[in-house]
Design a binder for this molecule. Sequence first.
Ligand code: AMP
Ligand code: GLY
Length: 421
Amino acid sequence: MKIMVIGGGGREHAVIKKLKENKSIDEIFALPGNGGIAKDATCVPIGATDIEKIVDFAVSKKIDYAVVTPDDPLVLGCVDALNKVGIPCFGPEAKAAIIEGSKVFSKNLMKKYGIPTAKYEVFTDMDSALAYLETAPIPTVIKADGLALGKGVIIAETREDAKKAVISMMQDKAFGKSGENIVIEEFLTGPEVSVLSFTDGKTVKPMISSMDHKRAGDNDTGLNTGGMGTVAPNPYYTPEIAAECMEKIFLPTINAMNAEGRTFKGCLYFGLMITPDGPKVIEYNCRFGDPETQVVLPLLESDLFEIMNATTDGTLAETEVRFSDNSACCVIMASQGYPIAYEKGYEITIPEEISDSVYVAGAAVKDGKLVTSGGRVLGAVKTAPTLAQAIDGAYGLVDKISFGNAFYRKDIGARALKAGR
Ligand code: AMP
Ligand code: GLY
């Protein structure tokens, strides 16, 4: 079997490492992959959004199955294009990926089908948005409609900041077309939980829960990033909350997408907040999270490739999705200055004996050496019987890895540990 994985981050590295456990897979191609992924797959220099080239490559190599991991190719219709030439895929078609691609769509879906989420208004012109903000409750949350590299959400603590955010999105086009329409929503409070799930459009099987750490600095200070570390499971996701989420959020979402003629297959990511009124949806993603995947997949005991095929074939109900009772921790090592400006090209040293525990995100091979090439450079991942051991283990790995201008948070998992497991 020849498999192709679209994307080139730490998440894709985690997917590829897990797929390699399946003995029917002979070769894995990563498009474009990265310098670290090159140890585990054949990297092909085709960008993740270059759909025409992806399809040509897949046809010429007779690829048997494709895993489309990042949001933008999914929203742009990469799965549709590959299906058209007869290549089965893991991931939703564009008409279902819209659940992440448009916040206006997802908010309206939740309202129509009674799925718990923050109260909101949609605005298509700036003057009405500014007028609404004169009396809106503060703090408030302003969201660009479309994909914005995780930066399209602004939490405004004052009316002035809220207006500035609206002007930057709608007049100054800070996020281009993504900010032409915006959502202004109620500010919710409570711990956040990420739940990735497998679905074939009929059955939904949640993966082990996880907790992201989005801010760049310790104690949740500094700028929002793609994620500086994760732990799994998330102690706030109790069995009672899990049952409530299945009944009020997960199944209703799958059914709502079917009712809209937009059957979702692949990985549906529920970004949840456990508010005093119960769990509510903060966002949907149409894909695996990064760096959630780096803690979730190492705990998966069942065969990932079989599960992926089951989401494509509609046989997920009969397919085992089993997770270990262990905990996992991922500490992201980034380049100083991320998420704004950072230098690249520093040599990365990873001792061979720990390389299996390292998921490489932003690295290239130059003159035979692995060098930094991105903001988030790699994730050090440890699984262990307890969360405390997993955290200690992950930081133990970090101590053995080095590259110029490295920085990482020192408190990944601290909140989860305090909360209980
Ligand atoms: P998103 O890109 O939608 O995940 O939003 C980024 C982050 O903003 C989330 O992880 C939350 O921490 C925060 N956020 C988004 N929406 C809300 C909300 N309605 N109330 C409070 N915080 C929010
Ligand atoms: N870690 C959050 C995301 O992948 O969107």
